[in-house]
Design a binder for this molecule. Sequence first.
Ligand code: NAD
Length: 361
Amino acid sequence: MNLNVLVLPGDGIGQEVTREAVRVLKQVAGKFHHKLTLTEGLLGGVAIHNVGTPLPEETLQLALEADATLLGAVGLPEFDSWLPEKRPERGLLGLRKALGVYANLRPVRAYAALLDSSPLKNHLVEGVDMIIVRELTGGLYYGTPRGISGEGAETRGVNTMAYSRWEIERIARMAFHLARGRRRKVTSVDKSNVLETSQLWRRVVIEVAPEFPDLELDHLFVDNCAMQLILNPRQFDVLVTENMFGDILSDEGAVLAGSIGMLPSASIGERRSTGAWAGLYEPVHGSAPDIAGQDKANPLAAIGSVAAMLEYSFGLKQEADAVNRAMETVLNSGRVTADLKPAGKPATTTEVGEAVCAALR
Ligand code: NAD
């Protein structure tokens, strides 16, 4: 398969963790005989320094042409006092919009070596392996009318939660497709006992489901789902929900796994003519100026983002599993960065990247 990937290292530790993620991507492509075409572009503070804008036109073009984009992180303290529209972070928002990525995927995995980092008891998190699929471009965060009007006691704030059938159909299909490469179970989360948007959501998900007769579908109200994520997180395989519910539940899911240096994310849009899903893959963490340039950052969130890219954009489950297994081997060996509080001397970013590659060989 031809893997056409744009790399945007960005700022701070983004540069360091992306270097290791690319090292792993090259290793896995070589091992499984895929042709890897890598291009590199500027985004964020580094782009402002070089060409005066956080999202250069050239980067945008490269992203639109690539099957998938691997991003480090953006943000530099020197821009903290700048207006929002000129800051590095605006480049990332512009890129997400231009790529039309409407599904945010957060894989949540409990690694055996990190069970003690989870706030839950070990027996509850052990074996957790789910993916939360959040609708990213509709619902309450985008609906109109919105705003604050009136005066005094009559001042009113308004937001509108609205979904159209086509928005629900495409995210439901995305969740069902993902479940086919996993344990074949989809849980749709809504509040259909109260909200009309949720009644439509549930109705459309049920109507799409017969296209995937080999999959199991169930439904949960969002309040119960928040509880079940803590009581019995192992029951979930693919969890699909609307924008705001997903925003809240994905953060709840994220803490199950432990450290921020471990959390990958994927944002996915339409299918490309090559068959790949256009996607943007990035660690959840930022550019961490406090440790940038010191070879201290944990590269596993970035490396996990490579695994997510292989699985979701290219459908290469075996390759993704190989990366996840290699990460697990490294975690079990204890050769990890300082944020994971190893018993001995912490490993550097570079050493962890090299160790994942060695485990892949
Ligand atoms: P941050 O995620 O960069 O750092 C928070 C804390 O976690 C810091 O102490 C940092 O050292 C630590 N940390 C983060 N990633 C780590 C890793 N891989 N290994 C070890 N430790 C890690 O968040 P912040 O400090 O709030 O933001 C710093 C900059 O990053 C800001 O400019 C912010 O706007 C930007 N930011 C960008 C993104 C993104 O690009 N998607 C996301 C969040 C923040």
